[in-house]
Design a protein around this ligand. Structure first.
Ligand code: KG4
Ligand code: ZN
Length: 338
């Protein structure tokens, strides 16, 4: 079975084709990074217009590279939320139209579901598992019991981690997108030059908080401290916070849920190699299997949407063509939807 997925919830127009044997046949992305760079962030209206301009070309390129035609596709899936509503409507309508024209099923996918299910495609992870999703809009712990059965365990009370990376990068004068640029700068810094605050580190719940860190960085920048040192300290502190909370989450799930073997980290921030190294050590020390998607598939892509669409379809969770774009859509609500 061949599945075509479309992702357009933010600033990338991405279309991918995978098959039910877990092969990624093609994965095309039109990145709008250059378009939004001058605004130092994403302009929603501009993003939506560019999805419309480029989506048809991205589809053609994807089909050409995979040497397939639309007649070879058995299932169409698209991100229906959460995200920027203009872009969501473009991708969703495009996918519905293709499904209708080709008389094939359609599945609407929650973007977060795409991120958290992807390691089942790339790393063969088995249900159930614990996951930490760290992206530009979310920083949440979930226990993934099965397809469509997700339990929210805790999350950020203020900024998402990717958002914190982007804001700190901006304070340090780095270009958008901030996360990868901050990681690059941190390489040459001294991570031990001072200690930053550890918000919520002693709290018993699995909540996170990153806005205090951002304020601390702002203060250091005003004091003219070396930018690379600030970046390195910020990254090290984030890593310590995540590792401590992951430890706590594993212990909680060990008590609460029957045997689970894997802990997976997904979302754009999971592309950070410094964090990957520390987190992997932490998870292995707790005798769990640690899995990350490949770096290239941590940030937004349509492979994850095609895969989540396939998993849903395979479990009888086809969507109606009336499915709307949902700019706000918590993952755990999926339990009650089909
Ligand atoms: O998952 P994603 O592509 O989009 C959302 O669903 O939000 O995540 C994007 C976020 C951005 O905030 C970006 O700065 C961050 O992931 N990011 C990184 C790295 N690569 C991307 N943060 C830290 N280090 C990186 N290497
Ligand atoms: Zn994402």
């Amino acid at each position: 079975m061949k599945i075509l997925g479309i992702e357009s919830s933010c600033d990338d127009t991405s279309i991918a084709i995978i098959d039910s044997n877990k092969n990624i046949i093609s994965n095309e992305v039109f990145s709008q990074t250059e378009i939004h760079k001058e605004f130092n962030g994403i302009v929603p209206e501009l993003a939506a217009r560019n999805h419309i301009i480029h989506i048809d070309r991205v589809l053609k390129k994807c089909l050409r590279k995979s040497k397939l035609s639309l007649n070879d596709i058995d299932l169409f899936s698209a991100t229906a939320g959460p995200g920027l509503v203009g872009g969501l409507i473009v991708g969703l309508t495009f996918a519905k139209t293709l499904a209708l024209a080709k008389k094939k099923p359609f599945v609407a996918v929650n973007h977060l579901e795409g991120h958290v299910l992807l390691p089942r495609l790339t790393e063969n992870v088995k249900y159930p598992y614990l996951t930490l999703l760290i992206s530009g809009g979310h920083s949440n712990f979930y226990f993934i019991k099965n397809i469509n059965d997700y339990i929210f365990l805790g999350g950020t009370r203020d900024d998402a981690l990717g958002e914190a990376f982007d804001k700190v990068a901006k304070i340090l004068g780095l270009e958008y997108p901030g996360g990868p640029n901050l990681e690059a700068l941190a390489f040459s810094g001294n991570e031990n030059f001072l200690n930053l605050p550890f918000p919520l580190i002693n709290s018993k719940d699995l909540d996170l908080s990153f806005s205090g860190l951002k304020t601390a960085v702002l203060k250091l920048e005003k004091e003219n401290k070396k930018k690379a040192d600030i970046a390195a300290c910020f990254q090290k502190t984030v890593s310590k916070i995540l590792c401590s909370k992951i430890n706590q989450a594993i212990e909680y799930c060990n008590k609460k849920f029957s045997c689970y073997k894997s802990v997976i980290i997904s979302g754009g921030v999971a592309a950070n190699s410094y964090l990957r190294k520390d987190i992997k050590k932490t998870i292995i020390s707790k005798k769990k299997i640690c899995a990350f998607p490949p770096v290239k598939l941590c940030t937004d892509n349509a492979v994850m949407i095609a895969w989540a669409g396939y998993e849903r379809y395979n479990n009888g969770l086809k969507s109606n063509l009336k499915h709307r774009a949902k700019p706000r859509w918590p993952l755990e609500e999926r339990k009650y939807l089909s």
